[in-house]
Design a protein around this ligand. Structure first.
Ligand code: HEC
Length: 98
């Protein structure tokens, strides 16, 4: 029950990021409570500047495939998600992205 309610309280800006994280290939490199080649994104809020994040989301350096096709809105959502730690968004992110 409490979990259902917390879902409903997730800010829209966080939901966008969660959906984008799922849709894109982030979890192929990033751990959510586990191991991955990239940093565990659930540990700390990112201190990277927005333009670094923006570029990284569009085309992670060592990825061999085509760049991701995130909309500007989705990119903004991801930046919000990784720079503003919100326990409700984070919970949902872990559950849905895994
Ligand atoms: C090809 C593997 C790969 C993919 C795909 C990838 N990342 Fe990364 N990511 C990395 C690596 C490696 C680093 C560390 C880079 C560094 O420290 O210079 C990183 C760093 C980051 C950081 C900075 C962490 C910090 O130190 O604050 C964030 C945030 C991030 N990634 C989010 C994402 C998101 C969101 C996606 C999906 C759109 C994504 N990444 C896709 C490999 C990847």
């Amino acid at each position: 029950m409490a979990e259902v309610r917390s879902w409903q309280q997730i800010p829209a800006s966080q939901l966008t990021g969660i959906e984008a994280f799922r849709k894109d290939n982030c979890k192929s490199c990033h751990a959510l409570d586990g191991t991955g080649s990239g940093p565990d994104l659930t540990k700390v809020a990112s201190r990277r500047p927005n333009d670094w994040l923006d570029k990284h989301f569009q085309q992670p350096e060592d990825i061999k495939g085509p760049p991701s096709k995130l909309s500007a809105n989705e990119t903004r959502g991801l930046i919000t998600l990784v720079t503003q730690r919100d326990e409700r968004g984070l919970d949902a992110w872990k559950k849905r992205a895994g």
